[in-house]
Design a protein around this ligand. Structure first.
Ligand SMILES: Cc1cc2nc3c(=O)[nH]c(=O)nc-3n(C[C@H](O)[C@H](O)[C@H](O)COP(=O)(O)OP(=O)(O)OC[C@H]3O[C@@H](n4cnc5c(N)ncnc54)[C@H](O)[C@@H]3O)c2cc1C
Length: 485
């Protein structure tokens, strides 16, 4: 099946029964559950973009095997132009959700596309794993599969070293091998988009440190979300069934996060990509450059999100008539700075992209990684700026029903400003609240702080790839030239 439509995506979710729990109840159909259906619809709208006559050329490209149009994020760019075309595709998706669905399918698509090109690396010690990867990536592309992923093991306590404290009975581990595959047992977090996906990929995070060379905790595989023994436990939904007027973002973009329990789950051999091999598992993101590709996808999402927050802030200051006040200008200027830094890093990653040993045009690692680390601190600050700009206006936000009730004349009289009617103002500030105050907005902030790992791991990830020599050399040169002692 080439690039899917939204309807085909929804039918795919319905066709595969999975064990999803939300609020103490088993969800029978994620596509109709009131707390999940909005998110399903949003992802479906992304798939529909692939068939928009005006966008089809950007959103899809020709499959190397079937010749049919397939999602562009499955195709590895070979030139800078192709890399830029992929960015446009990713931006179209990110702008559709205003960056509020960080786990749109392109995140995993670009990762696996890079792994497919580097399949030999997976097969260096065990050639069958390389073949598995090649076949799997073709399966993803040709069936337009939507993937979630869960990388983090739960821990009962933390090591000061930052190494995962992996314990039997908590972390996910291989229990046994059978002729059909490996049996895994344990838990993983945090599968964003879990109930809304077709399949789940499990591997280890960048810079994960395991204590042994040969570890039962070291694995990379992917299985259907409906695989027996797999259970998704959802957090509370933030889509509380409010209208688009009342909860403009939560009613549309609930992507859900889950703990995943693996209850003696059989992973078929053909879906195993690495096993027990700690060093190789840790090396994957850098050797295959998948970390640069996924960071570059994240940068597109970040740019869409920054643009959206900036737009909201500008409209807020217009509504309140405070845009000319110096401290408002300063705060808006800060939002502009973050937005342009994101855009610049995205472009720099393309401009300095290089063809890697797998024949893929890989975005430059430093600007790509910088966007991840920057977003962790700048997004919470952007939210703070919205709060500072909006003050009590966030709470002068009657609901859609209030507008239809007896207080409408008072609402319209007293909440109007020089530039906006009461309804326009309230709609805008309800949107701003969904970014800067609601449960949905708070989860977005937490997401940006942690989705790409904790701050310590992120700092170490940057330090691991940063070329430190040249800057130290310059200082040493300068010291050497000073002459004294
Ligand atoms: C909204 C959201 C969505 C996510 N989506 C996904 C997803 O789709 N897939 C996925 O795999 N993961 C996902 N993650 C998980 C994310 O990767 C982890 O949250 C992140 O790696 C941090 O791990 P943790 O939550 O276990 O934090 P913890 O390890 O509990 O850390 C808590 C705090 O303690 C600090 N800390 C912990 N250990 C040390 C130490 N040794 N030294 C110093 N400080 C330490 C951390 O820096 C952090 O500030 C998501 C997270 C969030 C919040």
């Amino acid at each position: 099946m080439p690039a899917r439509t939204g309807r085909q995506y929804i039918e795919g979710l319905r066709a595969q029964e999975r064990e999803v729990w939300l609020g103490g109840e088993r969800v029978r159909d994620v596509t109709t559950h009131p707390g999940l259906a909005g998110g399903v619809k949003a992802i479906a709208s992304l798939y529909d973009l692939q068939h928009d006559p005006k966008l089809k050329k950007v959103m899809t490209c020709k499959s190397p095997t079937s010749g049919e149009p397939v999602g562009r994020s499955f195709a590895n760019p070979k030139t800078r132009d192709e890399l830029e075309a992929r960015t446009q595709m990713m931006l179209n998706w990110a702008r559709t959700t205003n960056g509020m669905m960080g786990r749109s399918p392109d995140f995993m698509n670009v990762t696996f596309a890079a792994w497919g090109a580097a399949a030999d690396f997976f097969g260096e010690k065990r050639p069958e794993f390389g073949d598995n990867m090649r076949r799997y990536v073709e399966h993803l592309r040709e069936n337009d599969v939507c993937l979630t992923h869960a990388l983090i093991n739960l821990q009962r306590s933390r090591n000061v070293s930052g190494m995962f404290n992996l314990q039997e009975g908590t972390a996910l581990e291989v229990k046994k091998e059978t002729s059909a595959g490996v049996v895994v047992h344990g838990a993983r977090i945090l599968a964003t988009l879990g109930p809304l996906s077709d399949e789940i990929a499990v591997y280890s995070p960048r810079l994960a440190r395991h204590s042994d060379d040969h570890s039962p905790f070291a694995m990379s595989f992917s299985i259907d979300c409906g695989t027996p023994g797999l259970k998704f436990l959802c957090r509370d939904t933030f889509d509380l069934g409010r209208s688009h007027f009342d909860a403009p973002l939560a009613s549309r973009f609930e992507e859900m996060d889950c703990i995943v329990f693996f209850d003696n789950v059989l992973v078929p051999w053909e879906r195993v990509f690495l096993l027990y091999d700690v060093d190789r598992l840790n090396a994957v993101p850098h050797v295959t450059h998948s970390t640069a590709h996924s960071a570059h996808q994240g940068a597109a999402k970040n740019l869409a999100k920054c643009e959206f927050v900036l737009g909201i802030a500008l409209l807020m200051s217009e509504a309140l008539g405070n845009g000319h006040l110096p401290h408002t200008e300063e705060r808006i200027g800060e939002l502009m700075l973050y937005t342009e830094l994101m855009r610049s890093c995205l472009r720099a990653a393309e401009a300095d992209a290089e063809l890697d040993r797998w024949g893929v045009m890989a975005p430059a690692i430093l600007p790509s990684e910088s966007t991840r680390n920057l977003m962790m601190t700048c997004y919470p600050r952007m939210v703070e700026i919205l709060q500072l700009l909006g003050s009590s206006s966030f709470l002068l936000t009657p609901s859609e029903k209030d507008f239809a009730g007896p207080l409408r004349p008072q609402i319209e009289q007293y909440l109007a400003t020089d530039k906006m009617s009461a309804a326009e103002r309230v709609k805008l500030f309800r949107l701003a609240w969904d970014v800067a105050g609601s449960a949905f907005g708070s989860r977005q902030e937490l997401y940006e702080r942690f989705f790409a790992s904790d701050p310590l791991t992120r700092a170490r990830a940057m330090a691991a790839v940063y070329p430190k020599g040249p800057v130290m050399e310059r200082v040493l040169d300068f010291l050497g030239k000073s002459g004294d002692a």
